[in-house]
Write a protein that binds this ligand. Structure first.
Ligand SMILES: [Zn+2]
Length: 448
């Protein structure tokens, strides 16, 4: 399979931008890119990139796809109020809810430029079918690169945790199932479409033993570690009260700092925490819309970048960032840093890097995805920046400063997933409906 994109503005993220050039993808890899007219390639599909900006596909490094079915609830709640209210609803989920929510949630990500997404699934109510497999099925049908994280909670209310006891699992069950899903699904190959990570939910819903044993399991299997950290000031207080230290110090004690770890949020960091992230190569998934929606604060992204720590972006679950697009998160990240740190805090190009190569670093895939370079995987977003948007001379500015542009194409590993703003690998309208049906099932709207 060969594709030639021509006459486009190319922003490769690594290396200089090409105001008018071409990109060639063959058998899932980028084999050439450059300035001027495209070479003749026998049997290649030619894509006219006139009026388009070509970037690497966006990389989403934090999500909870099942939340697509519970958007718009608890609209004015704090994180702890929001979680406490939603746990009761989420306790009813089953594999059908997860499949419909994942199909719509991943479809939405693809429609807004995302070619690789992680997902953090940490609720496994008993007897509700194979929830982990349900979201993997949705990702495979769509054809997006997927990094599902086997989440977990073993510290319910009776042990001083936040979640009700009926949604937590035993440590033995969690570790056995996590090992099983790694053995079944994880593919470490260069062009892997699926890698599993180990992801206990958060320090306030998980025991120290589960954190430590999860890290040991991940390192034995050669997979990555993910969890929520330092999202709110409430969490910092809770951690100091119960563990006698800050969240990042607690992670250090548990062996949870390192270049195989990335944290969601990392909003409330001290200077010493930022230095430790940089020294150890620990990554952060910045989720600006969710953090603002829950009034959690704004992460110190500018400081993390200056220190050399890996930072990517995440849309977070749609229950705290309704209908959020990855391109939208680049804009939010840039605007929020500027709102608190001034107009030089984050440039459009830095925001694009957070959404692409920064995310690839979080997932340990910076050699494979995240930039347009010969030899990397052909994961490509082609944005329409013509029409109204052509009034902005700089296409990268149009993408990041403005609202999310429509996609001419989204290509994953050389395969077209989106064309002219519509899903091509799955039925576009039915995928949207699957998300609404998942909501009705979860909220029991049909039976009320
Ligand atoms: Zn989250």
């Amino acid at each position: 399979m060969k594709t030639v994109i021509e006459n486009a503005y190319i922003a490769p993220v690594a290396g200089p931008e090409i105001p008018s050039g071409y990109l060639v993808a063959e058998n899932g890899l980028i084999t050439a890119l450059g300035s001027g007219p495209a070479p003749r390639i026998e049997g290649a599909e030619r894509v006219n990139g006139t009026g388009c900006l070509v970037t690497p596909g966006l990389v989403n490094t934090h999500h909870h796809l099942y939340q697509w079915a519970s958007q718009g609830l608890f609209q004015d709640a704090t994180l702890f109020e929001w979680l406490t209210g939603l746990y009761q609803i989420w306790a009813r989920m089953d594999a059908d809810v997860v499949y419909g929510a994942a199909a719509a949630g991943l479809g939405w990500l693809a429609l807004t430029g995302c070619t690789t997404s992680s997902d953090h699934h940490y609720l496994f109510p008993k007897g509700r079918g194979d929830l982990f497999d349900a979201e993997i099925r949705a990702a495979r049908e769509l054809g997006i690169r997927f990094h599902p994280c086997r989440g977990s909670m073993d510290r319910g209310q009776s042990d001083g945790g936040l979640p009700p006891d009926e949604v937590v699992e035993s440590r033995d069950d969690i570790l056995a199932h996590t090992a099983e899903v790694i053995d079944t699904y994880h593919d470490p190959s260069f062009d892997s479409m699926l890698r599993v990570a180990v992801a206990p939910c958060s320090p306030f819903s998980v025991t120290a033993e589960l954190m430590t044993e999860s890290a040991a399991l991940a390192r034995e299997k050669g997979v990555r570690l993910h969890t929520h950290l330092a999202e709110t000031l409430d969490e910092e207080e809770h951690c100091k009260e119960q563990m006698g230290c800050t969240p990042v110090e607690y992670m250090g004690k548990l062996g949870w700092l390192g270049d195989d770890v990335w944290f969601a949020h990392a909003v409330h960091l001290h200077d010493a925490d930022i230095r430790r992230f940089a020294e150890t190569g620990t990554g952060s998934a910045h989720c600006p819309t969710s953090n603002a929606r829950l009034g959690a604060g704004i992460a110190r992204v500018t400081d993390l970048i200056a220190a050399g720590a890996p930072v990517g972006l995440g849309v977070d679950g749609a229950a705290s960032s309704e209908l959020t697009s990855m391109a939208g998160e680049m804009r939010q990240a840039m605007l929020f840093q500027r709102a608190v740190r001034g107009p030089k805090a984050l440039t459009a190009r830095q925001a694009l890097e957070l959404g692409t190569l920064g995310g690839a670093r979080n997932l340990g895939r910076q050699n494979e995805i995240g930039s347009l370079e010969v030899g990397k995987l052909a994961d490509i977003a082609i944005w329409r920046v013509d029409g109204f948007r052509s009034a902005v001379a700089d296409p990268v500015c149009a993408l990041v400063f403005g609202p999310t542009p429509p996609l001419a194409r989204l290509i994953v590993g050389g395969h077209t997933v989106v064309e002219n703003g519509e899903l091509r690998t799955v039925a576009h309208d039915a995928t949207g409906r699957a998300g609404a049906d998942a909501r009705k099932r979860l909220l029991q709207e049909g039976t009320r």
